[in-house]
Design a protein around this ligand. Structure first.
Ligand SMILES: [Fe+2]
Length: 246
């Protein structure tokens, strides 16, 4: 089975469409790690596409707050404004669908998915120290998480976490063949609001038969996504940051 793994789309239709174009013919099933909405100006369209294609979705913190399951007072000002705008922009059915998204982790044959961490959907796994004990909380040898908007892969099979390569500036992809003994924590990065100083949309492909993991970046119509954000009257900062990937 070949899976397309996407996370943190955040209402960015232009980025999601670029990912789908780029990965066309390379996957059988889409898996989404949450935060479909918030920040970007196309939440309704993004939800429609994910609902059409994804075999499994876990909720993110923005999905949870947008659906009214949590207060927004712990969000920063821009995120709070975006959540309120998004809530008003979504139809009732989409809001209901968001409210019913499961909390991770969800388990599959050979892998699991969560938004932040397997033990806490809101945990940010950024540094090697952050992931030191994550393997002990995993039920499968491969775990996909999002939330940080940073494309990262750690091999957790040794004494210390070891970072594996992801595509650098100007590189399209990293291909990793995964050994049967590996224990991997994979963040595919953010489709719609990358924060690793690379403005390109990020995603991953996992072929469980070939045991090949691909981390990929693809350029998208950033100007178009920015235009929609500004036309929606969302904070300009949310448009500007897309060009810098942070
Ligand atoms: Fe996010």
């Amino acid at each position: 089975m070949r899976r397309l793994i996407v996370s943190d789309i955040h209402g960015n239709l232009e980025a999601l469409e670029a990912v789908l174009r780029d990965a066309r013919g390379e996957w059988d099933q889409m898996i989404c790690l949450g935060d479909l909405v918030g920040y970007g100006a196309s939440p309704q369209q993004v939800i429609s596409i994910v609902r059409e294609h994804a075999a499994a979705v876990v909720r993110g913190n923005h999905d949870r707050v947008c659906a009214g399951l949590d207060d927004d007072d712990w969000f920063n000002a821009a995120a709070r404004l975006a959540v309120r705008w998004t809530r008003a922009a979504l139809d009732g059915e989409s809001l209901h669908w968001l409210s019913e998204l499961p909390t991770g982790p969800l388990y599959f044959e050979g892998f699991e998915i969560a938004h932040g961490a397997p033990y806490d959907e809101d945990e940010y796994l950024v540094s090697d120290d952050d992931v030191d004990y994550v393997a002990e909380t995993m039920e499968r040898p491969l775990c996909f998480v999002g939330h940080t908007h940073l494309q990262r892969v750690w091999d957790l099979s040794g004494v210390e976490p070891r970072r594996l390569s992801v595509p650098g500036t100007g590189e399209r992809e990293s291909r990793l063949t995964i050994g049967a003994e590996s224990v991997l924590l994979v963040n595919p990065g953010s489709v719609g609001q990358p924060r690793d100083r690379d403005a390109r949309a990020a995603y991953a492909l996992w072929d469980s038969d070939a045991r090949e993991l691909i981390l990929r970046r693809v350029e998208y119509d950033i100007a178009g996504a920015q235009r929609r954000i500004r036309e929606a009257g969302l904070p300009d900062f949310l448009a500007a940051r897309l060009a810098h990937g942070q």
